[in-house]
Design a protein around this ligand. Structure first.
Ligand code: SF4
Length: 367
């Protein structure tokens, strides 16, 4: 009965497909690839403006391949998971330099590029090149788990189902239909089964509790880190900025210098900020000048959640700091020029905090 499922879903898709910028015809493989990378871990609504802006800046794969990594990270700023941008950039250079600018059109060829896994390879091969390749993202996992009432299927099992459902010659269309069904009808909570084309075939629906599939995963406690962050401003109104190592979390992005705080007994509440100021003085002693601690002020905190941990950045302002020598990944930058750097998301919020203070007034965001 797989053909009934295929026909029902394709007929629904013909009427209800989402019109997204990367689906414009004729399909451009660079656009499809870019969208698939941006959509990893990120909602469609968030991706659309990034996608459009990116293409005005890097209209072709050749433009991207020629760009500096700093420029690439700046265009990705705020989208998170920056290894996606670094890998996309590296892969664009490989395609440009080693494959005459031709994006591979097979799953195997795509898998050889950095940042492309089985799902992304299947998506690009099927959507951009019409190959009969399956996909398995979060939406597809959910739809398939419900269609076959699988509470805890392995990825291998789900891949097999996704492959067996694929209509030969129409894989791209079918994959997009699965994505759209998962995003708009078969949603994680409260799926609208009444309007679902797969309702007659869906075992979870027949059983009466579709939300139970797949079974929710047991959530682990998420660790939390406290950091002290130093806004050092010198007599020329420049701030000390640090570039993170190229590899690793937020690699290559710029930030206000920070250091993890261990053994913080409890989150300090303004204005009793002595422990934070003492740590900030220590950090400043390493970076600029040992005797400048008199000008330190605790100005607020910024919280941010990563996938596997959360951070609270306790922000301390130090004015009229005397510049001294510092390692080459540090730079003094004017307030206007800070925005030209690719900043981490929490540093963007620290910048907002700074701006909201009209340069350190008594009105401080304490949220
Ligand atoms: S009938 Fe309901 S649970 Fe089944 S695929 Fe459709 S929306 Fe999902």
């Amino acid at each position: 009965m797989i053909s009934n499922i295929q026909n029902a879903l394709l007929a629904w898709f013909a009427k209800h497909k989402r019109h997204l910028p990367w689906r414009r015809e004729p399909r451009d493989p660079y656009h499809v690839w870019l969208a698939e990378i941006m959509l990893q871990q990120t909602q469609v609504a968030t991706v659309i403006p990034y996608f459009e802006r990116w293409l005005t800046h890097f209209p072709s794969l050749a433009h991207l391949a020629q760009a500096s990594q700093d420029d690439v990270l700046k265009r990705w700023e705020g989208l998170g998971y920056y290894s996606r941008a670094r890998n996309l950039h590296k892969a664009a250079q490989m395609v440009q330099n080693e494959q005459a600018g031709q994006i591979p059109n097979t799953v195997a060829g795509l898998l050889a590029l950095p940042g492309i896994g089985r799902y992304t390879a299947g998506a690009i091969a099927s959507l951009a090149f019409g190959q009969d390749a399956a996909i398995l993202d979060g939406n597809v996992k959910r739809v398939v788990s419900r269609l076959y009432a699988l509470p805890a299927a392995s990825d291998d099992e789900l891949w097999q189902h996704s492959e067996s459902l694929l209509p030969a010659g129409r894989a791209g269309e079918f994959n997009e239909a699965l994505m759209d069904l998962g995003a708009t009808i078969c949603t994680p909570r409260a799926p609208t089964c009444a309007g679902c084309p797969l309702k007659p075939h869906c075992i979870a629906y027949t059983k009466g509790a579709p939300e139970a599939y797949p079974a929710p995963k047991v959530k682990k406690a998420i660790p939390h880190k406290n950091l002290v962050t130093l806004l050092c401003r010198n007599q020329n109104a420049q701030f000390l900025m640090r570039q993170r190592p190229r590899q690793g979390l937020l690699g290559g992005l710029w930030e206000f210098p920070s250091e993890e705080i261990f053994d913080l007994p409890q989150p300090p509440r303004l204005p009793s900020d002595a422990p934070i100021l003492a740590l900030a003085a220590g950090l400043m002693g390493q970076l600029v000048s040992e005797n400048a601690s008199a000008n330190l002020r605790y100005i607020g905190l910024v919280k941010h959640a990563f996938t596997h941990f959360r951070i609270t950045r306790h922000v301390v302002f130090a004015d009229q700091v005397q510049p001294t020598l510092h390692p080459e990944n540090y730079r003094w930058v004017s307030a206007d020029d800070i925005t030209k750097l690719a900043l981490t998301k929490s540093d963007l919020r620290i910048l907002e905090l700074l701006n909201s203070m009209s340069v350190v007034s008594s009105q401080i965001d304490r949220s």
